[in-house]
Design a protein around this ligand. Structure first.
Ligand SMILES: Cc1cc2nc3c(=O)[nH]c(=O)nc-3n(C[C@H](O)[C@H](O)[C@H](O)COP(=O)(O)OP(=O)(O)OC[C@H]3O[C@@H](n4cnc5c(N)ncnc54)[C@H](O)[C@@H]3O)c2cc1C
Length: 388
């Protein structure tokens, strides 16, 4: 039935064939290659790194970059739809690609030299090199400006010391973009795996984003060469410009989780009977389903408009804050309602809902928490900062 799919406002009418084809290709990859093992991977706390080369073949790493850097010059709607379809599978899968593309590759693309771009980006696009992005520290999450990690200039390079925490892809990365203070200013450095004094132990015992690798980055007087500094930026805007790119992807991505929860709930509540009639025959249940599809539709419109603004060069960081904040909140709420409507089955791995729900707790928190995005919007509309 037409109205049971998640394109309630016929947004597909606005998509090009290329955008639809890319979405279909990623959806197919996720269904056939990722979905069969996601339950086991989530249970085992494992990311299926063996899929990285297939993801690269599909062009999922740095897809918006120019061809000479290994990208395909795709537009922002395409990038958003890629994130949506990856996260329909699992937030951990989308996180893997987001960190590679929007954080690690983008940092090098935006803030690096041409030599650094050519050295790293084509190999990262092919999945031959995996990257991570080290900003958060144990004592500095929402307030990264207070970071303690620091670099000192020495002959021929820099020495970096400090600790990063909660870093996606850390343990499986070949290189880390590490943010550290040099003479009191935040600067970005490319730290390669194997550098003396650099380790990236995995963080275990997570309830959320279990099919994703999360790590500490420990830097004990790590010596890096001069050309590891990303020279084109200093200050907090360096990492924040990268985070704006990644948050853009999240605004689309979480809709994928929400759609998966909604579609499963439509199926479940129309098939399962209690009191001799389908669950979906009850007004209270229909109210929840109506809420879900309404919020998904509003989220889709927000995300689509955000992509249009981005490609027109009109997107601001607070446009992204609004979409990231709103879409994470509604996706989490939809997952919670879906969990409830699945009854006891809702907590089972087999029904996938609780996995999305647990993942979305992380997605609401990382890349700027809900509160911090709200405060950013508040600052924008009042001209008064309530948090810095
Ligand atoms: C699985 C996972 C993966 C991650 N991946 C990465 C990564 O790849 N790279 C990276 O650098 N980081 C990563 N992070 C870290 C993430 O970005 C931080 O957790 C996030 O920025 C929040 O910081 P915090 O956890 O220290 O919380 P805190 O900053 O301590 O915040 C705790 C609570 O207080 C609220 N709060 C804080 N300040 C204020 C205020 N002024 N007013 C109102 N409320 C406030 C917050 O909104 C939140 O609700 C990851 C986190 C997780 C869980």
């Amino acid at each position: 039935m037409e109205t049971r799919n998640t394109d309630y406002y016929l947004l597909d009418d606005l998509l090009t064939d290329e955008q639809k084809n890319i979405r279909a290709a990623v959806r197919d990859f996720v269904q056939t290659r990722f979905q069969p093992t996601v339950q086991q991977n989530f249970e085992d706390g494992k990311f299926p790194i063996e899929l990285a080369s297939e993801m690269a073949d599909l062009g999922l790493f740095g897809p918006t970059l120019e061809e000479k850097y290994g990208g395909a010059g795709l537009d922002s709607v395409c990038y958003g739809l890629i994130c949506q379809e990856l996260e329909r599978g699992d937030s951990g899968l989308r996180s893997f690609a987001s960190v590679q593309s929007s954080l690690a590759m983008y940092a090098i693309y935006k803030h690096g030299t041409e030599e650094q771009r050519m050295k790293y980006l084509p190999k990262m696009a092919k999945g031959e090199l995996i990257g991570c992005f080290g900003l958060t520290e144990p004592d500095h999450g929402s307030d990264p400006g207070g970071m303690k990690t620091h670099a000192t200039k020495v002959d021929g390079g820099y020495v970096i010391s400090g600790q990063k925490m909660w870093i996606t892809n850390g343990t499986i990365s070949d290189l880390a973009v590490v943010w550290a203070k040099l003479d009191g200013e935040i600067r970005g450095f490319i730290v390669e795996k194997g550098s003396k004094g650099f380790t990236a132990p995995e963080q275990h015992h997570k309830f959320s984003l279990r099919a994703s690798i999360t790590s500490e980055l420990l830097l004990d007087e790590v010596r890096v060469p001069s050309n590891s500094l990303l020279p084109n930026v200093s200050g907090l805007k360096g990492p924040l410009q990268c985070l704006t790119q990644a948050r853009f992807g999240i605004a689309f991505g979480v809709l994928g989780s929400a759609m998966d929860c909604y579609e499963r709930t439509i199926r479940y509540t129309t098939e399962r009977k209690q009191f001799d009639r389908p669950l979906a025959a009850n007004q209270l249940v229909q109210a929840e389903l109506a809420y879900m599809i309404t919020e998904i539709t509003k989220g889709q419109l927000l995300a689509h408009r955000l992509a249009t603004l981005k490609d027109a060069g009109k997107m601001t960081p607070t446009h992204v804050s609004m979409a990231k904040m709103n879409n994470c909140a509604i996706a989490l709420e939809i997952a919670r309602k879906a969990r409830d409507l699945h009854g006891a089955n809702g907590i089972s791995y087999e029904f996938h809902i609780c996995r999305h729900m647990a993942n979305l707790e992380t997605v609401k928190t990382y890349e700027g928490t809900h509160n911090i995005h709200m405060l950013s919007i508040g600052r924008d509309v009042t001209g008064i900062s309530a948090f810095s």
